[in-house]
Design a protein around this ligand. Structure first.
Ligand code: SF4
Ligand code: SF4
Length: 222
């Protein structure tokens, strides 16, 4: 029997993603939640976080969350509440060409509003460029920060992570230095997401252009 792709890679199948996507008619009405949680695990903070009743009551703690998209306002509260980082909000009504995607983001430093970011798919591959549109710091003690990015609309159901361009520049520099033998590999030279990076002009805008480069981004899930 073919192994379950989700179990071997952590990446849901196309069929699973489609099951978490509302119908086209709902997508045109505004922001909607996408819950990419497909395993039966004992967990339900998403249900308790939604005060609009858009996440249906669980029959058992192990149930897979079910959504009533007619009740979802796209507020994003459940994105911050999910310990599995499995929830996103998508708004395809930002403009004719751009959408918004809210994503959980647990790296420091947080991007700032207006920062340009690389848009990554579920495997960490670069899909294009966007801009941090809104940054909601996590509420202590356990709320996850949520970063809303603007992105080309055709990528609304593909972009599921981001990499601030300042961070990418630092990582490229560190990797280049190691490859050229200019630096030793030790704690001081390893790329570190938790060290402040250089700033990027805040007035940068998304290009909407797909990137020619499509490389693995192993560093985004330390
Ligand atoms: S985005 Fe807001 S309204 Fe929609 S399911 Fe999440 S918490 Fe509920
Ligand atoms: S909180 Fe997240 S991981 Fe837990 S059941 Fe809900 S969607 Fe799944």
């Amino acid at each position: 029997m073919k192994p379950d792709k989700l179990l071997t890679t952590g990446i849901p199948s196309r069929q699973q993603i489609e099951s978490a996507t509302p119908p086209e008619s709902r997508r045109k009405q505004g922001a909607f939640v996408v819950i990419e949680c497909f395993q039966e695990i004992p967990c339900d903070p998403c249900y308790h976080s939604c005060r609009f009743g858009a996440i249906k009551p669980f029959g058992s703690l192990n149930d897979i969350p079910q959504v009533d998209w007619d009740k979802c306002t796209g507020c994003g509260v459940c994105v911050a509440a999910c310990p599995g980082l499995a929830i996103f909000v998508v708004d395809e009504t930002l403009s004719d060409t751009q959408c918004l995607i809210a994503m959980p983001y647990e790296f420091l430093p947080l991007p700032q509003k207006g920062d340009p970011v690389y848009l990554l798919d579920r495997s960490g591959n670069k899909l294009g460029q966007g801009v941090a549109y809104r940054v909601v710091p996590g509420k202590k003690p356990q709320g996850t920060p949520v970063v809303w990015v603007s992105a080309p609309k055709q990528l609304s159901m593909e972009v599921r992570n981001l990499l601030p361009m300042g961070e990418a520049h630092e990582l490229d520099q560190a990797a280049g230095a190691q490859e050229s033998g200019q630096v030793a590999v030790d704690d001081k030279t390893q790329p570190d997401h938790h060290v402040p990076s250089g700033k990027i002009p805040a007035d940068a805008t998304p290009t909407g252009e797909p990137l020619a480069e499509k490389g693995g981004m192993n560093c985004v899930s330390c």
